[in-house]
Design a protein around this ligand. Sequence first.
Ligand SMILES: [Zn+2]
Length: 286
Amino acid sequence: MRQAEIGIIGGSGLYQMADLDRRREVRVTTPFGKPSDLFVLGQLEGRQVAFLARHGRGHVLLPSELNFRANIYGMKKLGVERIVAVSAVGSLREDYRPLDMVLPDQFFDRTQGRDSTFFGRGLVAHISFSDPVCPVLQDALANACAVTGCNYHRGGTYVCMEGPAFSTKAESQTYRAWGMDLIGMTNLQEAKLAREAEMCYATLAMVTDYDCWHPSHDAVTVEQVIECLNKNVENAQKILRAAVRTIPAERHCKCRSALAHAILTDPRKIPAATKKRLRLIVGSYL
Ligand SMILES: [Zn+2]
């Protein structure tokens, strides 16, 4: 039975959603191992929401330690169709200032060897990922940012680095020269896996710092990030509430059929164990 329609993944600073009515916690098992934490189910503006603290409550998991597949699969299993990812990011451009909200529309992968696909083990599929963010979900976030009156920017490229250390100046300057706008450590894998699972995905990025490239700002520190986050998390909660109100109930975007022409393997060749493991994701195509 469907337990939630909208998923919220809370990043650094957003470890809970205080606003959820009729909240309850559920442990979700997956064929890919353990998610970051229990999922918190509840109602927000009358919509069924599932919340997951990306790094676990108490912030116990490094970006490189996250089980992205379990987190996204868990959302799918609960019935979620749309995921809003809230993330703290560094800014690589002057006009995306600390405390601003940004809705990036592109990701660039600089991570190393993370598990970023549900496929394999005899099932080959290639999703289209040229536009990794759901435009409808991003519309809802943009409207919500406007309604709440925060400073926000629509569009930008989020470079996903491995971490956990922040960038060197040489890296930061290079990302700027490449045309990157934001830097973070987690969203690329989530977006990719959400697309594979035919879920809509959009990021609400909270700018906390200027990474280390800015000549008149100190290099980013955890202290600086936390101070900015504490100011920003309240805004993020308001934006989420406003967004949930306007997300359409029905989906007409391409995300919902991302696998329609993606599976290459002859169904007769797919091992039974793989079919079973991925039934939730590919079941309707096999
Ligand atoms: Zn979509």
